[in-house]
Design a binder for this molecule. Structure first.
Ligand code: NDP
Length: 314
């Protein structure tokens, strides 16, 4: 048993597949994990429709339903779940500290980081002006508001392809802006996009300005080969240009790569700080799948359990 019962054995930060899977394993190992969900409980899968590539669901499953199931499974074994955000940490001592946005201090012997990643934005001023007035980073969440209207989408990865296909079912025309002359998305997704009649791909095209009065009326785009500018009337501009890992609060204590992903020891979830383990999209810039996130969440809980045993805490 822990010498000091007020010190948590395992604090889990984040509630996507990585966080909940870590919770299932930690709870079943009797670590009585405490999990903070952050502002978006369930993580990125809450803004996904059908998940067809998670093993065990031959007919697919809706993302929010899957995360509800993950949560229930974590709770079934005694995980305590708190719907609050951790905004500060201190990993300098043998016992780690974390603080919620409300100022609550938590002490923990081990910490599993599962904070995931958030959508990236173009960074042009008009994007902010029309935020939630036609500008969105989630077609699946907001596409419905533009049913029957022409829309646009920026990006060329699997997310962009998936979202363009989703929008194409709701909207008469989807303008897809791709900044290079090829797409990054997997071949199957590219083929689906290219064979969808109401998706128009604009190659070598970047958004310069989002325009309108109260709401978006058009986008000004530029062909980066010819420099030709065109105004395209649309009621929405969806961003699907990738994600940024949510790791800023750890930057003083942990190593990150250039893109901000936490660096872990190869083959493990160990970070530079002893007893702190990183899992899911906060540390995985290669695979970024729900199933790989769940896998590293499991690894982090097992690593935490081993650490607690080795240090005589359990
Ligand atoms: P990616 O990083 O794969 O793709 C981002 C896309 O946005 C790229 O095409 C990139 O262009 C483009 N982009 C980035 N910045 C800008 C910018 N400023 N202006 C214009 N375009 C920009 O992110 P995704 O979210 O698409 O995917 C992340 C991971 O998740 C990938 O591994 C993907 O395979 C996976 N995924 C899998 C799915 C599935 O299997 N069902 C569904 C969705 C995602 P460029 O190519 O020029 O760099």
């Amino acid at each position: 048993m822990s010498e000091n019962e007020s010190i948590e054995k395992c604090l889990i930060i984040g509630s996507g597949p990585a966080g909940y899977t870590a919770a299932v394993y930690a709870a079943r190992a009797n670590l009585k994990p405490l999990l903070y969900t952050g502002h978006e409980p369930g993580g990125q899968l809450m803004i996904t429709t059908d998940v067809e590539n998670y093993p065990g669901y031959p007919d697919g499953i809706m993302g929010p339903q899957m995360m509800e199931d993950f949560r229930k499974q974590a709770e079934r074994f005694g995980t305590r779940i708190v719907s609050e955000m951790i905004t500060k940490v201190d990993f300098s001592g043998p016992v780690h500290k974390a603080w919620t946005e409300g100022g609550t201090e938590i002490e923990a012997h081990t910490i599993v980081i599962a904070t995931g990643a958030s959508a990236k934005w173009l960074g042009i001023p008009s994007e902010q002006t029309f935020m939630n007035k036609g500008v969105s980073a989630c077609a699946v969440c907001d596409g419905f508001f533009f049913k029957g209207l022409d829309v646009s989408l920026v990006g060329a990865g699997d997310t962009a392809a998936e979202e363009a296909l989703y929008l194409a079912k709701l909207c008469p025309k989807v303008h897809m802006f791709v900044r290079r002359d090829e797409m990054r998305a997997s071949k199957i997704m590219q083929d689906r996009v290219k064979s969808t009649e109401n998706i128009q791909i604009h190659w070598n095209t970047e958004v310069k300005e989002i325009q309108g009065e109260e709401e978006v009326d058009s986008v000004l785009v530029v062909n980066n080969k010819t420099q030709e500018e065109t105004t395209i009337p649309v009621k929405a501009c969806f961003m699907a240009i990738g994600h940024k890992p949510n790791t800023d609060i750890f930057m003083d204590y942990l190593d990150r790569n250039d893109a901000g992903y936490l660096i872990t020891e190869p083959g493990s979830t160990k970070t530079k700080a002893k007893g702190v383990f990183a899992s899911g999209d906060a540390q995985d810039f290669t695979y970024r799948q729900a199933v790989t996130a769940a896998g590293t969440g499991c690894m982090a809980a097992l690593d935490a359990e081993r650490y607690l045993t080795e240090h005589g805490i359990i």
